[in-house]
Each structure stands twice: as structure tokens, then as C-alpha cells.
Ligand binder design. Structure first.
Ligand code: AGP
Length: 617
């Protein structure tokens, strides 16, 4: 949700900033803008639409000077995505330029106050308030101290924000501040960077500094200074990014999503790597929750959004089955508003690929206020949600750039299974050999996914044939239900089609009325082993919809002859244990949605109206 880049150093700032924006465009892409400051000259350029529009404008009329620079890709919250509302925003004298991620909740009152002081607003954004506030603060102070002015402004702002500013009175300095919104500094040799995500500067440096809550950073070519909002030196965490620029590039694929789907076996294997100690026990080093604490847990609540929520739904089946602990799953945006019952013996598991989703972050904070212990499952090292949790289990999917989650979903599943098995081990609900047997099955999942990827060509053809459909329904039972939900979500976000998932048993309670001649219905069939009764029931459900004219697309284990007579299209997946089946059954649905969206001419990396990390509520 909005990408932010800043650069101070000897390289041409505009080039560094625009390249950084290109790597962050997945965060928001309804407009983009830059500001460069050379000596006392501040120049800005901004354009509605994708970064390509800004690039064209910069080529047509390059700024006369370079120097230091900031840049922004926007996901609009206040004001339409047009040229005027695009960032950066400047004050009346064009001495201060500001970019912003987040929402300034008290902007209306501040705007009235500033207008009374004579400030003229040109945009509908909340961000412009920050530019005028900084400018008036600098005038009131009279000492040209941009960092002090930023601290004073931040103390007045309510909401969530990363703010980055430059000031013509101090042309070697960029100042940034954060509250509830991401900001990371990249330390170079005689140059420094800042961004909402390390991807923006990974081509220049892998040494990063993670900023804490309510901190201000002053960035000069040879110096990085971090303080709190009162000006006291603030502690920061320095770390080395363990992937390089090539991991965040397309590597020959037309879209990141295509690459990320193919990367899933590797991502899964990396997430499972090194989890078993020499004595055969499962070890989750990063967990930071000791055995005694985990043995006290009497309830688990999983909170997450979107695809991560679907991973949580699947985790519930595994955790309750293996650990016999009651487990609830809830969308994070609803969680804190229903007064949930939490205590010290509740383990809250927050699943978030980005570690930044504001809904999940707010739910984490609420849970911790209620004294629950919080474990984060996250893919982004150093992001806010793991930092604010009691414990973390990182997935090792590598950077995911496509807005639709693919490899991070599969690795979230792997992480959830590991947590379930670890709890079962610590709490003595399963014998070591039982746990090892499941770990052995998990270890084979990367090759099973590889196998699925080798057989999905017919799924692509099927997807292309359905590009004209208005609606696709998805059905599943047990862990197949959240898989069906994930299939429907992928189709909605990528192909902009009406897609809806139902628990197959619920169909007869209403949704079956939707079935009409030729309506495509994708059915995720559970394994025959272990949950035979479910399998038989879903075979009946398939017959029911087919009898009413549905075109059935059946995803079933290879060799499942019982479904064959009722499948208009049969997609075979390897036979794996029931609880692990989502790892393989999701893959054809990802391919299906991606191919159908491509057939409709959609950009699958940057679907309309979306952003990769949703840092507003
Ligand atoms: C997935 O394809 C979506 N882009 C979206 O639902 C996403 O999973 C959701 O916004 C949660 O994000 P998070 O995992 O980063 O918290």
C-alpha cells in the first residue's frame, strides 16, 4: 500500500529513485511521483496511472538538476488517483516536498487550521496537510531544522503514516518518520537509502536498518541518525538481507506470478529446512515461546486476512486434529470489534505474508493488550507484525512481488503444519514417531508440487476456454473448503470475475439454486484415505450439481475412479495425506486463475484496485 523510496548519495538520485519505485510498484500503482532537490531547487513530477506514465513524463521533460530524491507509488485513500493527488505534495512556497504512506486521521481538522493561517491546498489528499504543517513549523522555528519540525508535526498527527520529506533549506538531508507503517533504511558506502521495503534498494545494498515505532530518521550521504518523537536517540535493529536483487526479478518470466508459482517447490523446501534436530525432534528456534508456556495454552485463535486467512482455516483442521486444542479462525478486520475472549492461556497465531497488514497488526495489538501470547507466521523479516509478537516463525518463500499470494500461501501452510506438530510434541499429544511420520510426508511435498506443476497444461487450456464465463463456483469439504475459497479469491482478484466458494454440504441449503446449464463448478475432492466418508459425500454433491446442468471441473487424487464418470473435466493431483492435500490441490487453482486472467488480457502482477500490503484498516 504505497511504495516509498529515498536516496542521498553520489549516484544520480532520480535514476536510483525511479528504479526503486519500479521494484515497489506492486505496493500501489494508481499514480507515481518523484521530487529531486539540488541546492535550493526543488522539482517534482507526478502522473496518474502506472510508473510507465511517470517515466514517459520524465523522459519528455527531465528535471534540470538532480541531487537527492524521493519517490512514491500510490494506492489512493483520500482523493481520486489523478495527477494532482499523486505524491509528492509541496507547501505553498515549494520549499518542502512530502510523500506519505498511510492515513492521517485528523487531517480535516488540521486542514481547517492551516487554511485559517492562509495555506492554500491544491489536492484532496490528507498528505498535503503534512507538507503545509512542516512548512509552517519550519517558519515558526526559524532554525531550518527539518528533523525537529518533523518530530513536532508527528506529535500532532493521528493515524498511521510513513512520512518522508525534503527541504530546500537543507539540500543534503532527507527526513522520514513512521507510525504503524513500514520504513526501512539501506546503509551504503557514502550513500544511504530508505524505502517501505528492502526490495527498493537491494540492488545497491543488503545492509538494512529496521526503524521502530514512532521514530524519525535523518538521512545524509554519510550518516543515519534515528531519534524518537521527542528527539532522544532511539534503538534500531540492523540486519543483513539474505536474498539478492535477482530474487526480486522476473527471471525470464513474463509475470512475477508465473515465476512465483513455479518457485513453490523451492519455497516449501526452504521453509521446511533445518526444522529437525539430530535427535529427531522438531525444533522451531525462532519461536521464543518455551515449552512451559505452550503447555499452558488452552485455546488457539488464528487471525489473518485474505489468502493468509485461508491458510489459517486449513491450520485449524491440522492443529485440532494433532493437538486437541480448540482452535478458532477469524478474519483480522473483525476480530477486535466483537470483544473476543482472550487470556494468558490463549495462543493467538497471526498469519501475514507481508507482516504489515493493518487489520492483522491491530488484532495482534489487541490480543497482546488482553495478555494473550501472539505467534506470528510471516515471510518478511523485520516487518511490524513479527516485531510486535511474542514469537515468530518465518516462512522462507523469498520475495513475493505478484499481488496475488501463491508461494507464500504454500509456505504458510507448511509453517502452520510445523506449529501444529510442534505443539503436539511439546504437549505430548503425539508420539515422536507419529510426528516424524508427518514430517517425512511434509518433506515429500516439494516433489509432489513439482509433479503437479508438470501436469497443469490441460488446466491452462481449460482456463482459456472459460474466459467468457460470468461466474465460476467452487466447492470443497473439510480442508478442501478453504482451498475452494482460495481458488475463488484468486479468480476474483486476477480475472475480475464473480467467483464464490461453498462448503459442498451447504449447497443444498440455498446456493444450489444458482446452478444452471453450463455453469462451471470447480470441486475439490478430499482424499479417499482416512476421510472416506467425506469423499463419498462429495461424489454425491458432484452428481447433484451435474444433474442440474453444471459443468463440473473436478480436482481429485490420481486413480480416483469414483469421480471420473461425473467429471466434465478431471484434474488429477498426487495422492497425499488428507490434511496435507491443500498443498497440492491449491496449485491447479492458482494456475487456473492466472491463465484465465491472462486470457482476458489482465495484468496478473498488478490487478486493478489492489495492493500487495494493505497498510490501512
Ligand atoms: C492474496 O492473493 C491477496 N493479495 C490478499 O488477500 C492477501 O492475502 C491479504 O491482503 C493478506 O496479506 P498479508 O498476508 O500480507 O497479511
Amino acid at each position: 500500500m504505497c511504495g516509498i523510496v529515498g536516496y542521498v548519495g553520489p549516484q544520480p538520485a532520480l535514476e536510483v529513485v525511479v528504479d526503486g519505485l519500479a521494484r515497489l510498484e506492486y505496493r500501489g500503482y494508481d499514480s507515481a511521483g518523484v521530487a529531486v532537490l539540488d541546492g535550493g531547487t526543488l522539482q517534482t513530477e507526478k502522473r496518474a496511472g502506472k510508473l510507465a506514465n511517470l517515466r514517459r513524463a520524465l523522459e519528455a521533460s527531465p528535471p534540470a538538476a538532480d541531487g537527492i530524491g524521493i519517490g512514491h507509488t500510490r494506492w489512493a485513500t483520500h482523493g481520486a488517483p489523478n495527477d494532482v493527488n499523486a505524491h509528492p505534495h509541496v507547501d505553498g512556497e515549494r520549499r518542502v516536498a512530502v510523500i506519505h504512506n498511510g492515513i492521517i486521521e485528523n487531517f480535516a481538522a488540521l486542514r481547517v487550521e492551516l487554511e485559517e493561517r492562509g495555506c492554500k491546498f491544491t489536492s484532496e489528499t490528507d498528505t498535503e496537510v503534512a507538507a503545509h504543517l512542516l512548512s509552517t513549523e519550519l517558519k515558526d522555528r526559524g532554525d531550518g531544522d527539518l528533523a525537529a519540525a518533523m518530530r513536532a508535526v508527528c506529535r500532532r498527527l493521528e493515524g498511521a503514516f510513513t512520512l518522508v520529506a525534503m527541504y530546500a533549506g537543507d539540500p543534503d538531508l532527507i527526513v522520514a518518520a513512521r507510525r504503524n507503517s513500514p520504513l526501512v533504511v539501506g546503509r551504503g558506502d557514502g550513500e544511504n537509502f530508505l524505502a517501505s521495503d528492502v526490495a527498493a534498494f537491494i540492488a545497491h545494498t543488503r545492509d538494512a536498518v529496521e526503524l521502530g515505532q514512532d521514530q524519525v530518521v535523518e538521512l545524509r550521504a554519510g550518516d543515519v541518525r534515528v531519534t524518537d518523537y521527542d528527539g532522544a536517540p532511539a534503538p534500531v535493529r540492523e540486519y543483513h538481507v539474505d536474498w539478492d536483487a535477482s530474487a526480486a526479478e522476473k527471471g525470464g518470466y513474463e509475470y512475477f506470478m508465473l515465476k512465483e508459482i513455479v518457485e513453490q517447490p523451492r519455497a516449501l523446501a526452504d521453509t521446511l529446512l533445518g526444522r529437525v534436530a539430530a535427535d529427531g525432534t522438531l525444533t522451531l528456534d525462532e519461536m521464543r515461546l518455551d515449552g512451559a508456556e505452550l503447555r499452558e495454552i488452552h485455546k488457539i485463535v488464528i487471525i489473518a486476512c485474505g489468502t493468509s486467512y485461508h491458510a489459517g482455516m486449513i491450520a485449524k483442521y491440522a492443529i485440532e486434529h494433532w493437538c486437541r486444542i480448540p482452535c478458532e479462525v477469524e478474519v483480522a478486520s473483525e476480530f477486535r470489534y466483537r470483544d473476543p475472549i482472550l487470556d494468558r492461556q490463549t495462543l493467538v497465531i497471526a498469519i501475514s505474508q507481508s507482516g504489515e497488514s493493518m487489520d492483522t497488526l491491530m488484532a495482534v495489538r489487541y490480543a497482546r493488550e488482553q495478555r494473550a501470547r501472539v505467534l506470528a507466521i510471516c515471510n518478511v523479516n523485520g516487518s511490524t507484525i513479527p516485531r510486535e509478537s511474542d514469537a515468530v516463525l518465518y516462512t522462507h518463500a523469498g520475495p513475493e512481488v505478484g499481488v496475488a499470494a501463491t508461494k507464500t500461501f504454500l509456505t504458510q501452510l507448511a509453517a502452520c503444519y510445523l506449529v501444529g506438530l510442534y505443539l503436539a510434541q511439546v504437549r505430548g499429544h503425539k508420539y515422536g514417531d507419529e510426528i516424524n511420520a508427518v514430517i517425512g510426508q511434509l518433506a515429500h511435498m516439494p516433489e509432489q508440487v513439482e509433479k503437479v506443476l508438470g501436469t497443469v497444461d490441460p488446466v491452462r487450456a481449460l482456463a482459456r476456454s472459460l474466459a467468457g464465463a460470468d461466474t465460476v463456483l467452487f466447492l470443497g469439504r473439510h480442508v478442501g473448503f478453504p482451498v475452494a475459497m482460495e481458488g475463488a479469491l484468486k479468480l476474483k482478484e486476477l480475472a475480475y470475475m464473480h467467483a464464490e466458494a461453498f462448503a459442498a454440504g451447504e449447497l443444498k441449503h440455498g446456493p444450489i439454486a444458482l446452478i444452471e446449464d453450463g455453469l462451471p463448478v470447480v470441486v475439490v475432492v478430499p482424499s479417499r484415505e482416512g476421510r472416506g466418508v467425506l469423499h463419498d459425500k462429495i461424489v454425491s454433491n458432484i452428481q447433484e450439481i451435474r444433474a442440474r446442468g453444471a459443468r463440473t471441473v473436478v480436482i481429485a487424487e490420481e486413480g480416483d475412479e469414483a469421480v471420473r464418470p461425473f467429471a466434465d473435466e478431471l484434474v488429477e493431483i498426487p495422492a497425499v495425506p488428507t490434511l496435507l492435500q491443500p498443498i497440492v490441490s491449491t496449485v491447479p487453482l492458482q494456475v487456473f486463475a492466472c491463465e484465465l486472467a491472462l486470457a482476458k488480457g489482465n495484468d496478473v502482477d498488478q490487478p486493478r484496485n489492489l495492493a500487495k500490503s494493505v497498510t490501512v484498516e
